[in-house]
Every structure is written in C-alpha cells, then in structure tokens.
Design a protein around this ligand. Structure first.
Ligand SMILES: [Zn+2]
Length: 378
C-alpha cells in the first residue's frame, strides 16, 4: 500500500489522535496542516522555503494543472514532484470541488460533469476516470476520488441522490486507478448536514477499502457549529487505522476543533490568501498589517514568533511593501502565516501527547480572542 497510517496515541482529555502518515515521499506527523500550492507552487514561496518552515506535505489542484500547463507536460517532466522540485509528499484533489465552485454552467450526468472553463468559457468534461487518469499522470502521493460537492444548504432528497452517485463514482475511480502501489487514493464522505446520509456515504466507501478517507462538503458556508456537529457524528464512522482528512479547513480555531474530533489532515488557501491581502495570524489574534496604525510600528508581526519574517522585519516595513504591492511583502506575510499554522499543529500534537488538548484549546482561544463576542474568526 502506498499510504499507511501509524496511530501513536489518543489524547485522554479530548480523544484527538496523534499519528504519522507514511507516503512514498516521506512521512508526516498528524494532525497536520497542508499548505496549498494550486498551480504547482505555494504562491510567492519556493519549495525550499516551504520545507524550511516545517511543512512536509503540500496540496495541488488537479483542475488547474489539467487546464494549465496540462498533465501531459507534467508527466513528461517526470511527474509533479520533479516538475516543481518538491521531494516531500503531495496530495492532489480530484477537480470535483472546482468544477462545482468555479463553473456556473454545468450539467451533471451519471457519466461525469459537462461544464465550461471558468475563464475562457470552453466546453469541458470531467469524469471519475478522467480525474483519476490526470492524477496518475501528476504522480501525487495521495489522490482524491472524484465526487460531487453540493452547495450548502441542500435538500435531503437531492443530497441522497448525490451521495449515491458519489459512491458509484468512487468505485469507478478505484477501477481506473493505474498506480495503486505508489499512489494512495482516498474516498470522500459526503452527505451535507444529514447524519443518515453521512452514515450511508461512509458505509459505501469503507466497503471499497480506501487507504484513507476525507470528509467533504464542509467549510462551504455553513456555520461553525454545524461543521462541528457533522464532525461529531461523521469522524467516528471512519476506520481508526486510516488517515482522516477534513477538506478546506484552515482557520486556527477550526484546526483545533477538528483535531479534537479526530481529524488528522487539513488544507486551506486561507493563510496564503489573506497573507496577500496583508492579513496575518498571530498568537494574540489577527493583525491587518496594511492598517495605518502600523505605519510607524517597528515591532515584528508577532512578538512571540521566531519565523524568518518576524526575526528580520518590522510591521512598518511589511506594511509599506504590501501597500506598494511589492512581491517581497506578500512573501513575508505568507511565510509568517504558514509558519504560524505549521507551528500551531506542532503545539496541538504536543498537547495530544501530554493529554491536555482541551486545556490548550481554552488558552489558545482566550489569547487569540475567539472567546470574545463578535470575534473575527476569519
Ligand atoms: Zn512570524
């Protein structure tokens, strides 16, 4: 098997899992946050910097790489790792989420999805087989099954049909998968906020024996308490000896709350996207460095951070760069935000080891300001 999960221990206080995922390109400790490199690059960062800040796995988007430069070019280069000079692990999504979120002209059939290119309007078609073949060409360590991700909220009746189709598609992805020895394909549990459908979806997918499972269809606009409730009844449905991945989640509070509910892997564009907007995550809450009040502030972004950015540069300087649209400013904020989340997950793992993730959550939420009324939770 290409992907294996090594369970180390459970936090006695919360039930969170400490583990390790082994892939053909090395191992990573879980719970883990995976930086997103949509177009085979984590925007503004070099792969060497990503490694230096402590990330061992990144995510790339199948939909984007299929359209540009095309998976054949990447395959010819020797695969995505060689193409982008990243020797750590890579997870690719299936393209399903982008088809459903970026394109408004689409038609879903049993065979697959017809839709239009989100920029050019060109007619395109993606199916379970096609999404699997593209990921086989990219050569990612972890591939995702092609699924339907209905918007929130959706009717139970529609969601049931969708879940059943997603299960049939998952089976077709497994059949189309040509490299099971060096790429692990994960199934995606759907079902929206409905407990019976999550159960059905998990049961269908577990019967297909994937090496790992994702929980999809969350972080699509639902309130946080809905997400936590769905995780409360969905995570326990999944096998204990396989990794569990919560897709599209990356705010500090949701990472901690997800880990507490037994999630091992997370990804999100949030830290990199807000960085390019001049917004930083810090140990005492979010800091919008482009604000005027930082014009003469010669302290680092986060006085408790020991990242490259915080060791060397001031709020005043970074504010100036970001205001002037200088690339270096975006590099500095991106570096800090990714470092912040990678370090946070290290703290989460340490707390699980010491059976005190519940206490850690309390302290972190208090310091970060998540307990305040009207707290801006990203
Ligand atoms: Zn920093």
């Amino acid at each position: 098997m290409a992907i294996t999960y090594e369970f180390i221990k459970e936090c006695k206080q919360t039930g969170a899992r400490l583990g390790k995922v082994h892939t053909p390109h090395g191992s990573f400790d879980t719970p883990v946050f995976m930086p997103v490199g949509t177009l085979a690059t984590v925007k503004t960062m070099s792969p060497e910097e990503i490694k230096e800040l402590g990330a061992n796995i990144i995510l790339s988007n199948t939909y984007h790489l299929w359209l540009r430069p095309g998976e054949d070019i990447i395959e010819e280069a020797g695969g995505l790792h060689k193409f982008m000079n990243w020797d750590g692990s890579i997870l690719t999504d299936s393209g399903g989420f982008q088809v459903f979120s970026l394109s408004d002209m689409r038609e879903i059939t049993e065979e697959g999805v017809h839709f239009r290119h989100h920029l050019s309007g060109e007619k395109l078609f993606l199916s379970p087989e096609k999404a699997t073949n593209i990921q086989n060409s990219l050569g990612s360590d972890i591939m995702m099954a092609f699924d339907e991700c209905p918007p929130y909220p959706a009717e139970h009746e529609y969601m049931k049909k969708s879940v059943e189709r997603t299960s049939r598609w998952a089976e077709r992805c497994l059949q189309a998968h040509t490299r099971p020895n060096d790429q692990g394909l994960f199934g995606i549990v759907q079902g929206g906020e409905f407990e019976d459908l999550r159960k059905q979806s998990a049961k269908d997918l577990i019967s297909l024996d994937f090496p790992g499972y994702a929980i999809g269809g969350l972080s699509v606009g639902e309130p946080k308490d809905v997400m936590n409730r769905v995780l409360d009844f969905t995570a326990p449905l999944l096998p204990k000896n396989k990794p569990r991945y919560l897709m599209g989640v990356g705010s500090p509070d949701s990472l901690i709350d997800g880990a507490i509910r037994g999630i091992d892997m997370f990804d999100c564009v949030l830290p990199t996207r807000i960085a390019r907007n001049g917004t930083c995550m810090t140990s005492i809450g979010r800091l919008v460095v482009r604000n005027a009040k930082y014009a003469r502030d010669y302290r680092p972004i986060d006085e408790h951070c020991d990242c490259y950015t915080c060791k060397n540069y001031t709020r005043a300087y970074i504010r100036h760069l970001v205001k002037a649209n200088e690339t270096f400013g975006f590099r500095l904020t991106t570096y800090h935000n990714l470092y912040f989340l990678v370090k946070l997950m290290g703290q989460v793992r340490e707390a699980i080891k010491n059976d005190c993730l519940g206490d850690f959550r309390e302290e972190f939420f208090e310091q970060y300001g998540f307990n305040k009324p009207n707290a801006k939770n990203f």
